[in-house]
Design a protein around this ligand. Structure first.
Ligand code: CIR
Length: 299
């Protein structure tokens, strides 16, 4: 099923930022300027919509959920077929690992139901074989072939097993995400897909451990010749998380070493690189993918 057509996204779900964002969960407490954060988020949505070619589905903020702007954690969008890359996407609502964030999911589901009535919104079950399921969308990476699910403080194996059961057409692979420095929240804090053959990864201990773990997970699986993944290492962890939309890549602004590496890759692949400053959201451990859920609306 490996194909770059999966990245031809033309639609997205985004969520407004709550004024309570200043109280968002943070691995390292910092003070947030809500005006700057709001401005950065607005620029993000404007760029996204211009690349998608259509307005994003926008979910209202919920002041009782400071982290609600990070909509990626509340719902995932995955291909609805393993063989036909024009068959559209299906949504699965999650069960966020942080208790404070569980209230975010219902409004996101309602918004998708309203707009995409013709498509299924599946729900992650509360339990799988007697164990409670926890899943943050930031731990789910579709690389054009596999659906990788990071095992982190937010996502557990029960959720991975439940996902495999409700998405039987997708090869779901769990992978441990380990960072002894304690500065990695999610799988996608360390890696993201440039296309079906190229992943970006953080060039640090956690990134290399993840790379080894992903290689081990694939051992013994049948990988079609020519569909091996090439990894490009970037020195700044925040830059391992990019958006790929059609012929475009979006990365964080202000990281010249990582930028020159990604620029080189984009030029080899014929992609246009854009940069965005999302520094205020990064204080609350948000990267670029976390502020949207990308999908293909048309068949
Ligand atoms: C949290 O701790 O849940 C939020 N402050 C950050 C979530 C970022 N989400 C993501 O990267 N998918």
């Amino acid at each position: 099923m490996t194909s770059n057509r999966w990245f031809d996204y033309d639609a997205a779900i985004v969520r407004d930022m709550a004024q309570s964002f200043i109280h968002a969960l943070m691995m390292h407490k910092q003070s947030i300027c809500i005006e700057t954060a709001t401005r950065q988020k607005k620029a993000y949505v404007e760029l996204l919509e211009s690349l998608l070619g259509s307005p994003a589905v926008s979910v209202q903020a919920d002041e009782s959920c400071p982290d609600c702007v990070f909509v990626e954690d509340a719902v995932i969008a995955v291909p609805s077929s393993s063989t036909d890359d024009s068959s559209g996407f299906v949504f699965v609502t999650t069960r966020p690992g942080a208790e404070e964030r569980r209230g975010e999911v219902a409004a996101v589901k309602d918004a998708i139901d309203k707009v995409q009535g013709q498509w299924a919104v599946l729900e992650l079950p509360l339990h799988h074989e007697g164990e409670r399921c926890f899943l943050d969308g930031g731990d789910v990476l579709f690389d054009g072939g596999f659906l990788w699910v990071g095992l982190t403080s937010r996502t557990n194996l029960a959720a991975v097993r439940a996902l495999s059961q409700i998405l039987p057409w997708l090869p779901v692979l769990p992978v441990a995400v380990e960072d002894s420095s304690g500065s990695t929240l999610h799988l996608k804090s360390l890696t993201s897909a440039i296309d079906a053959k190229h992943l970006l990864m953080a060039d640090n201990e956690a990134g290399h451990r993840l790379h080894d773990a992903m290689r081990k997970s694939k051992e013994g699986l049948e990988i079609k010749e020519g569909s091996e993944i090439k990894v490009t290492w970037v020195p700044d962890q925040l830059c391992a998380n990019v958006l790929r939309i059609k012929g475009h890549v979006v990365m964080q602004e202000g990281y010249p070493s990582s930028q020159s590496i990604i620029e080189q890759l984009c030029s080899e692949l014929g992609l246009t690189l854009h940069t965005l400053n999302m520094s205020e959201l990064a204080k609350a451990d948000g990267a670029l993918t976390c502020c949207s859920v990308l999908f293909k609306s048309r068949k």
